[in-house]
Design a protein around this ligand. Structure first.
Ligand SMILES: [Zn+2]
Length: 67
């Protein structure tokens, strides 16, 4: 099983060889959410803690709403 280290705490993280790129993995040591950005070699990127609705709010621009 391929492995890499957590970018946050350096803990060794094992990644399932069948994982798809973009999969979110949680570090068991520091609870960071890590996105699998590369498979060969395995590379993880820290995902900022996202809150529900992050992508649904903030796009309420109504340029064509004037009558
Ligand atoms: Zn970690």
């Amino acid at each position: 099983m391929p492995s890499t280290t957590c970018p946050e705490c350096e803990e060794r993280i094992f990644v399932d060889a069948n994982s798809e790129q973009g999969r979110i993995i949680t570090c068991e040591d520091c609870d960071s959410n890590l996105e699998l950005v590369g498979l060969d070699p395995v590379e993880l990127d820290v995902v900022s803690q996202s809150e529900p609705g992050e992508y649904s709010d903030g796009f309420n621009i109504r340029e064509h709403d004037e009558i």
